[in-house]
Design a protein around this ligand. Structure first.
Ligand code: ADP
Length: 436
């Protein structure tokens, strides 16, 4: 409480004068002690009375005006009153700001939720109520994982790794697809944003269906064309000689189109179908088979293709893993020069299961690395013309790994070579491995 200091000397002067007067009157009537005690008593009673008034005033919320008083108490009442007014103004300013924020978040189409460090729901906006089916009266203070009851949400929330958003159906309406993005703030408090992404998902599904249908429809006529071209080539000697080169090129191009369609169909299967047929995949055996194909592809390039595999299995889909590992090994064969070396390693450690394909080929310039898994992205267009790739290989690898909870790491130095490593979590291990 701020008291006007100038009043203290006046108050002190008043007290001194009153005591002197009491002493004088007491001396006149020969009883100074009683007179001084009486004066002090009155003085104390006056202050007691003012204290009582102040308490009454402070307790009475409706009466904003302070009680009338003189001297030091008048000054105290005024100071408290001004302090109160200042606080009221600051309070209304804050209330207006909060109201504006609430109005703003209420107008948002996306759900916003605040969760404290214990994981309990503290606040949410109107959109969150609709998207998640929350009720203010009963859900405030409840653990968020009890309100959004889905194992994938609990796992995402507890993991505290919020780099990527989580997509899942709404607990309030299974037809609505939601995307959750969590941000940590303050002391492990969380701000959760949830968006309705059903529309985007529908468009994505339409795009995937279109690519799948178009590829499927193209595949049959192309097989017929390629079949006829093969027959013509088989009887090349009966045809005019100038047709030979044209037929060969047409056959080559039709084969390229076939592999392109095959890759597009594979990608759309990976994107749309659920992961099924989980089984124990014997990776060393799979790599031995791929090694034979790689040697055949290498042809007369005389490359050294080595496999070093620990006897460790993985839980997954054999055909998908074979396609992913095959893409990496065949890329190494395609892009590495004659007499080059390709080393394939499969091992397990404390962090998980890993497959690396290392080559001493031309390498890739670092600006290309983050974009290599995009569809049809090629680091070097001229190189691609020689190898005849589809530009979809690494996109397939990325999707297969995603379906196996894994991820792809690419390291490369221009002129020295590349290393593509697939990482899988330990949960994909079927049994403890031992070296072959
Ligand atoms: P593509 O069918 O063109 O090989 P990918 O998706 O498999 O398509 O690969 C994308 C691009 O990455 C390739 O065009 C190539 O430029 C580059 N690339 C992939 N693997 C290697 C490698 N082992 N060495 C050098 N470049 C590579």
């Amino acid at each position: 409480m701020c008291v006007n200091n100038q009043d203290w000397p006046t108050a002190f002067r008043h007290l001194t004068l009153s005591l002197l007067l009491a002493w004088f009157l007491g001396w006149l009537f020969n009883n100074s002690l009683v007179a001084i005690s009486l004066t002090l008593g009155v003085f104390l009673a006056w202050h007691w009375f003012q204290l009582h008034r102040m308490q009454k005033w402070l307790l009475n919320q409706n009466n904003v005006e302070p009680p009338e008083s003189r001297g030091i108490w008048g000054s105290v009442f005024d100071d408290i009153y001004h302090l109160q007014r200042r606080q009221q103004k600051a309070q209304s300013r804050l209330k207006a700001v909060i109201q504006r924020i609430e109005d703003g978040t209420a107008a948002l189409k996306d759900g916003v939720l605040m969760v404290n460090s214990q994981g309990n729901l503290e606040w949410w906006n109107q959109a969150a109520s609709q998207l998640l089916g929350l009720k203010e009266s009963q859900d405030i203070g409840q653990p968020i994982t009890n309100l959004v009851r889905a194992p994938e949400f609990k796992a995402y929330f507890d993991a505290s790794q919020y780099g990527d958003p989580l997509e899942m159906p709404s607990p309030a309406n299974g037809d609505v697809q939601l995307q959750f993005q969590i941000t940590l703030f303050s002391q492990q408090d969380r701000l959760i944003l949830c968006r309705n992404v059903s529309h985007i998902k529908q468009l994505e599904a339409m795009r995937q269906d279109f690519v799948a249908n178009a590829s499927h429809e193209l595949s049959t006529p192309l097989t017929v064309i390629s079949g006829y071209l093969e027959t013509f080539l088989d009887h090349q000697d009966t045809l005019p000689p100038r047709w030979g080169r044209a037929l060969k090129q047409m056959h080559q191009q039709s084969q390229r189109m076939e592999s392109l369609i095959e890759d597009l169909l594979m990608l759309s299967r990976l994107e749309t179908s659920q992961l099924k047929d989980h089984s124990q995949v014997n990776v060393p055996n799979l790599l031995n088979e791929l090694q034979l194909d790689a040697i055949a592809l290498s042809g007369d390039k005389q490359q050294q293709i080595e496999i070093d595999a620990q006897w460790v299995d993985i839980v997954g889909v054999s055909s998908e893993l074979s396609s992913a590992f095959g893409n990496l090994i065949f890329n190494a064969v395609k892009y590495t020069q004659a007499q080059g070396s390709i080393k394939v390693r499969w091992w397990q450690d404390d962090e998980g299961l890993h497959l690396s394909v290392l080559d001493n080929g031309p390498g890739i310039d670092s600006p290309h690395l983050p974009r290599l898994t995009e569809r049809f992205y090629r680091a070097d267009a001229s190189r691609h013309a020689e190898t005849g790739g589809t530009g979809l290989g690494l996109a397939i690898v990325k999707h297969v790994l995603l379906r196996h909870e894994g991820h792809l790491q690419i390291e490369s130095t221009l002129g020295k070579g590349s290393c593509f490593t697939c990482h899988f979590p330990l949960s994909r291990l079927t049994h403890l491995g031992h070296k072959t």
